[in-house]
Design a protein around this ligand. Sequence first.
Ligand code: GAP
Length: 424
Amino acid sequence: MTQLQDNIVGIDAAIFMHPTTWKASGHVDNFSDPMIDNKDSQKRYRVDHLIEAYADELESAGKKDEAEQLIASMDALLAKSDFEGLKKLIEERNIKCSVSGTAHWSEVRQFNLMFSTQLGSVSEEASEIYLRPETAQGIFVNFLNVQKTGRLKIPFGIAQVGKAFRNEIVARQFIFRMREFEQMEMQFFIKPGTQKEWYEHWKETRMKWHLSLGIGADKYRFHDHVKLAHYADAACDIEYAFPMGFKEVEGIHSRTDFDLKNHQEFSRKKMTYFDTELNQHYIPYVIETSIGLDRTVLMVLSEAYQEEDLSTVDKKDNRVVLKFPPKLAPVKLAILPLVKKDGLPEIAKGILAECRGEFRCFYEEKDTIGKRYRRMDAIGTPFSVTVDYQTKDDQTVTIRYRDSMKQERVPLISVREIVEKQIL
Ligand code: GAP
């Protein structure tokens, strides 16, 4: 976002901000999810998660239409914040708690998702402060600092990567939903009235980026929000087909001037931009792209993970392999001397010295070559080179390709170039 575009800069804002920030942003009053408790198990559920899990069960049982109907009814009720209706829907469908197995439910209530703590040493002076539930507000409150020091002209964007914290009731599915997670967000500041075209622009641009990860278009879909967040006039998710179904990875939101206007009101500091072309002051509108870093990692892992049966008539065999595109693989090259003696480690360490400044390498002497290859498959290393006795004679090594498991003899001096070409 910051390197391949002309007009987007990065910042690193604070995690703790003045408590009023979260009043202005609407999170104190609105950042909540409808919850329901099972009276027998005391287990608390997010209403949408409870209903979605039941819809998944219906779908697995071949009742796709019924599942879709249920989700449509839920969306309609959520859009109207009709809590009684949601409870009725759960009761009518006889949706049960997975712990108690009963459908003995409480009323549906709102539950704020922010973590709070106290700022100040003396309790009378202390004020309630929140850990940021999104990184976006750090961008909004710094918007004019960045615009002025960066001499940025609308349209421009400010992006950041950072931790966000939410008191999720059900944190589950590995790193899909956590209470402490990492977001990569970008706020794109635009002229009021141009939000529809910029919203479409960012939908398209972000989908292109997703496809550039080497993941097929059939694995993604857009999901338009029915119930809009308190700040949005249009919003959608980019969903990926995780092993547990299509789920959100990224959100694209047309946030209007909601945030900047409220920060201006609560801080009593001007948040207006002077447009030299129009000779006019205004509060910009904002299109936001917000992607979860952990979810992206989970998506790339899900896509790459494969179990392969390599059995032959003589021997049973299999391997676990992470088929990361080489540019995403955490380790690019394994350097493996065939044995720990006779000068082979020294040659291998020479290759390591040549390559490690350019990309991440892994050097290993232990165990048989076969075992070492399998360990590299399991962490997704796309290339391994083996230094053997022939290397001493003719300065060649064996390069082994993770996906095809093919091996070929190449000159030792070309290893760095071969890998570099593949990881761009
Ligand atoms: N600033 C807008 C915003 O925060 P969001 O849809 O609530 O929007 C954006 O969150 C992204 O953050 C989501 O698409 C998801 O990838 C990630 N995310 C949200 N909650 C998460 C959680 N509890 N654990 C992991 N990732 C989460």
